[in-house]
Design a protein around this ligand. Structure first.
Ligand code: FCB
Length: 458
């Protein structure tokens, strides 16, 4: 028995430029905030940075061939702003030419390219003048987006403005565990607004540039809140966490502005209101053709007896709710495996987004993998994780959710941000010393799912 997906369901895998490209000092690339952050002692496990990554800048043909072998119909990747514009403003033709070659290679093999314009690697030159803390970053980003679009727009139909503004703003400017490493709750909220402004402004501009077949999107990361009890206090803890983690980014993108209850929860910081100018919310609400859903794990929340006590979690300004430790089984990065939350999330999003289609733009799991003597990677746990989450997506579709695709994170083991090279998410194992690629058992499993357009029932 198997569970069959809709006939036009989009299958593929995802990566991001800084995590795989390497070649940080090649063809005029400028420094990014992740180069700077990674150089800070203790910021990244093992003192690692994006070099060598997967050496994909030089080995992209081999990687595209691998996708061909796996029969992947689509590939989501990001373009690096510091390659295209090393100082954030001036075009470097050699950087643009790389993505031109990559897109051609994908198309030659019949693989549909989905371009994400920003996956966290801001040019350091823009950070030096304030980065996402500055309002005019929206204009800079729009300029960059149009530059890439002018070069690739004749062949690329799917454009995502930002990947996970939550991480970039809240982890980068609030908690400080991501680049640029700022720790300031107010700065995190202002940066979040500027991300959304940049998304809306670029979406409007790309809409004007693109043709009828073009699809514009943003990718958001969601963590559904779970509580052990269903009383008023627990329901309110769920509301607060879900509000700031999920609805805070989603509602403005859908043209509804920031959720009133979340603004009320954040009023004590007095951060956001001065940053929101007249007209901003209509810009942010520029219409999108699909919403990218990145899902890895839920969060378990509990109310605090004093509603004013700061939360132990990464959400800036959150009060009166703590996040509990995840419950087993966990992946090696310490995230809870809970496929049921993905079904519930997709069903909720489908209702909440009222007609905007969804694509699961990232989902996957990190485990410690070894290449056995016979050259196989028997990653049974990742295969099980994928199967369970694919069944969860299928269940959401069966309940009526308009989910159009699933992109596995990730094609390759890669540089996992603050975790360096310690967390392997790939369908393909990468030996970072030799750059040898080995398709894992989970990669073969996924290829089979794609070929059959179906997942085994259990
Ligand atoms: C997401 C990121 C992606 C990767 C996965 C594991 O938050 O978008 O780059 O790091 O997590």
């Amino acid at each position: 028995m198997e569970q069959v997906f809709p006939s036009d369901f989009l299958w593929g895998a995802a990566t991001a430029a800084y995590q795989i490209e390497g070649s940080l000092h090649v063809d005029g690339r400028g420094p990014s905030i992740w180069d700077t952050f990674a150089a800070v002692p203790g910021a990244v496990l093992g003192g690692a940075d994006g070099d060598p990554g997967c050496d994909h800048y030089r080995r992209y043909r081999e990687d595209v061939a691998l996708m061909g072998e796996l029969g992947l119909p689509a590939y989501r990747f990001s373009t690096a702003w510091p390659r295209v514009m090393p100082d954030g403003r001036t075009v470097e033709p050699r950087g643009l030419a790389f993505y031109d070659r990559l897109v051609d290679d994908l198309l030659d093999r019949g693989i549909r390219p989905l371009v994400t314009l920003y996956h966290w690697d801001l040019p350091q030159a823009l950070q030096d003048v304030g980065g996402w803390g500055r309002r005019d970053i929206a204009a800079r980003f729009t300029d960059y987006a149009c530059t890439v679009h002018e070069r690739l727009g004749d062949r690329v139909a799917d454009w995502t403005t930002l990947n996970e503004p939550f991480c970039s703003a809240f982890l980068g400017y609030g908690l400080g565990v991501h680049a640029p490493g700022v720790q300031d709750e107010r700065a995190a909220l202002v940066a979040a607004h500027h991300h959304l402004l940049a998304h809306g402004s670029a979406t409007r501009a790309l809409r004007e540039l693109g043709g009828a077949g073009q699809r514009l999107s943003i990718v958001l990361n969601f963590s559904p809140a779970l509580a052990d009890r269903d009383d008023d206090a627990h329901r309110d803890a769920v509301r607060r966490f879900d509000g700031l983690h999920n609805r805070f980014f989603l509602d403005p993108v859908l043209g509804r502005g920031y959720p009133e209850d979340v603004l009320a929860d954040l009023a004590h910081l007095r951060a956001l209101e001065p940053a929101i100018h007249d007209g901003d919310l209509s810009t942010v609400g520029a219409s999108v053709d699909w919403i990218g859903v990145n899902y890895y794990a839920p969060s378990r929340v509990v109310p605090l007896s004093d509603p004013h006590t700061p939360s132990n979690c990464e959400l800036p300004g959150l009060r009166g709710v703590d996040v509990l430790p995840p419950r087993g089984p966990l992946t090696s990065i310490g995230w809870e495996q809970h496929p049921g939350s993905l079904t519930d999330l997709l069903v909720w999003l489908d209702e909440h987004c009222a007609g905007v289609p969804l694509v699961v733009s990232e989902n996957g799991a990190a485990f410690t993998d070894v290449v056995d003597a016979d050259g196989r990677v028997r990653d049974v746990r990742r295969t099980r994780y994928l199967a369970e989450h694919l069944r969860a997506v299928h269940a959401a579709i069966a309940r009526g959710a308009d989910v159009r695709g699933y992109l596995a994170w990730s094609l390759l083991d890669n540089f996992e941000w603050a975790f360096g090279y310690t967390q392997r998410f790939g369908l393909v194992h990468v030996d970072f010393d030799t750059q040898r690629r080995t398709v894992k058992d989970s990669g073969r499993f996924f290829a089979d799912v794609v070929a059959r357009n179906a997942v085994p029932a259990n």
